[in-house]
Design a protein around this ligand. Structure first.
Ligand code: PEP
Length: 234
């Protein structure tokens, strides 16, 4: 199965960077599927720029309601209308800074799937749970938001240990293998790894059993680095 490289720009980037990255990606060829999850204002630009290339377009969040007086929010219908393929949900930064609970994440997953979007559900433990040895129980709880869904064909999981996000500290390959195996024993869908993935470590990470791709933050913002990462992931 082809690996999936999902770029999470977070609240970074610019219209110029969209052009630079799409130009670099579209003039290279890879053996991986690539999706660019950019801030809302750049979705239309990315969609139109990648029209002739096999590059996906994704958002980093959505609201759980259809429409209405929710200032600042963006609905799944809007994401669908501008050509989004995918939405990242439950990222640890949304959980931490925007008080997103499993209940809210579960509602968002349902509306996103109903709108025909592919969902990347982020799960991952903090250092506290890892030190306590409760990381699997914690992740099982996060995965329980999928309970009751009969069709998971449009769902992927991103396993992102919080202590490895943006810290330069990647989980050990044995830790990745163990957690991906555990996640797949709970829910049999593609599982991506996220946390300080770079062009220099991606090949070893994607070679680990049960790693179906990567979710990439910082390294997806540097055109040369991201293109090399996609190449090395294939
Ligand atoms: C992320 O936040 O999804 C992420 C993986 O970030 P980074 O690659 O910068 O650790």
């Amino acid at each position: 199965m082809r690996k999936h490289v999902v770029a999470n720009w977070k609240m970074n980037g610019s219209s110029l960077l969209v052009d630079q990255i799409v130009d670099r990606l579209s003039s290279s060829s890879f053996d991986v599927d690539v999706t660019l999850c950019v801030p809302f204002p750049y979705l239309v630009q990315v969609r139109s720029r990648v029209a002739d290339h096999p590059i996906g377009v994704g958002a980093q969040d959505c609201d759980e309601r259809e429409s209405g007086a929710y200032t600042g929010q963006v609905s799944v219908a809007m994401l669908d209308e501008v050509g989004c393929d995918l939405v990242i949900l439950g990222h640890s930064e949304r959980r931490e800074y925007f008080a997103e609970t499993n209940i809210i994440v579960s509602r968002k997953i349902k509306v996103a799937l109903a709108a025909g979007l592919r969902v990347v559900l982020c799960v991952g433990e903090a250092l506290k749970q890892r030190d306590e040895g409760s990381e699997k129980a914690f992740i099982a709880e996060q995965l329980s938001v999928l309970n009751g869904l009969t069709d998971l064909s449009c769902v992927s999981i991103a396993y992102e240990p919080i202590w490895a996000i943006g810290t330069g500290r990647t989980a050990e390959l044995s830790q990745i293998a163990e957690m991906h195996g555990f996640i797949k024993s709970v829910v049999n869908v593609p599982v991506l790894y996220g946390g300080s993935v770079k062009s220099s470590n991606v090949a070893s990470i994607v070679s680990v059993q049960d790693v179906d791709g990567v979710l990439v933050g910082g390294a997806s913002l540097v055109p040369e680095e991201f293109v090399n990462l996609c190449r090395n992931a294939g």
